[in-house]
Design a protein around this ligand. Structure first.
Ligand SMILES: NC(=O)c1ccc[n+]([C@@H]2O[C@H](COP(=O)([O-])OP(=O)(O)OC[C@H]3O[C@@H](n4cnc5c(N)ncnc54)[C@H](O)[C@@H]3O)[C@@H](O)[C@H]2O)c1
Length: 313
């Protein structure tokens, strides 16, 4: 099986690549290294099953050539500009990276009939009810990032209907784990762990009552790959999270070593905040047989070990 992973040198992408290589697939990773880096794939150097290409997913001549030359069985499309604040400051960049690039991928996949799994985001949802959101829950785009993902989802589904192209749309929840950036572009878990290790303040935006359903990155990668392998998934949409949400205040308590270091600061983009985010992943369990395996406490431990290792080497 030949699999193309766009955004393959990114945080989640490198775990997807790792799992695919473990499954003995032939893998192509395309990345423009705008946020990912070659070092994320260093573990697989010398693996003849992996081909790494520097390139832009929105570059149609390059993508068309890559698809025609290699006739991929599957494309896992993760490349995106993921920064919500960037999308508010520079919506055109997000439009090009997240929506236009998805169109390029779909057009490239059409002649070779390559199955496309589009990795969207939980950010497309409106605030979650107590039972959590599922695939039928209402959407509300609070940022150009969310809007580009929601629009790209529609585009992907239109290719399934209009051209009978096998596609799947996925909405993973906030993902954390080793290889996530610990700088401002990273996720809250990585940022808090790094701050705690350096005995620096853990800065909570707003009152900290907002909740997140945090998904460990290897669980997220398994979700993406399960959708890719499953024929029953074709034409469908799935959401995945841990099924448990935690407010940011409690997350800071869990991670901090010195509670006096927890501080509240004004939110940088309060207009894009979603107050409660909780997933009900029952459809992924029923159809893909997917269930999260790593508990938050265990995932924080694994992430902490990785960050300690990174900063001491
Ligand atoms: N991290 C999360 O919490 C989360 C949650 C839900 C969905 N997602 C989605 O998962 C995917 C991967 O996210 P991530 O957290 O690994 O982010 P990431 O930034 O680490 O990975 C994205 C990768 O895509 C690359 N890229 C960006 N634009 C590109 C382009 N035009 N052409 C080629 N490569 C390009 C970046 O360099 C990066 O390596 C994204 O689509 C994101 O929207 C992430």
């Amino acid at each position: 099986m030949k699999v193309l992973v766009t955004g393959g040198a990114g945080f989640i992408g490198r775990w997807v690549v790792k799992q695919l290589l473990h499954d003995e697939k032939q893998v192509w990773a395309v990345d423009n290294f705008s946020n990912g880096q070659p070092s994320n794939l260093a573990e697989f150097n010398g693996n003849s099953q992996l081909n790494v290409y520097e390139g832009d997913a929105a570059d149609s001549p390059m993508m068309n050539r890559l698809f025609l030359e290699n006739k991929f069985d599957l494309c896992l499309h993760l490349a995106a500009n993921i920064n919500v604040q960037d999308s508010i400051d520079n919506p055109k960049k997000t439009f090009l990276d997240d929506l236009a690039a998805t169109f390029t991928i779909l057009e490239a996949a059409r002649p070779t009939r390559t199955k496309v799994v589009f990795v969207s985001s939980c950010m497309v949802y409106d605030v979650s009810p107590d039972a959590g959101v599922d695939e039928a829950s209402p959407l509300l785009s609070r940022s150009p990032y969310a809007a580009s993902k929601a629009a790209a989802e529609q585009l992907v589904q239109s290719f399934s209907h209009a051209y009978d192209l096998p596609t799947v749309v996925l909405r993973p929840f906030n993902t954390y784990g080793p290889f996530q950036k610990t700088t401002a572009e990273g996720g809250v878990v990585a940022i808090f762990i790094k701050a705690a290790l350096k005995n620096q303040p853990l800065q909570i935006y707003g009152d900290g009552a907002q909740t997140r359903d945090l998904l460990y990155v290897e669980d997220c990668a398994r979700f993406i790959i399960a959708a890719g392998y499953s024929e029953r998934a074709n034409g469908q949409l799935f959401t995945a999270g841990s099924g448990r949400d935690i407010c940011i205040n409690d997350l800071a308590q869990l991670i901090s070593r010195d509670k006096s270091k927890i501080v509240h600061v004004p939110h940088i983009h309060p207009q894009a905040e979603i107050q409660k985010m909780l997933c009900n992943p029952k459809k992924a369990a029923a159809i893909l047989g997917w269930r999260p395996r790593v508990l938050l406490e265990e995932g924080i431990q694994k992430t902490t070990e990785w960050i300690i290792n990174e900063t001491t080497h």
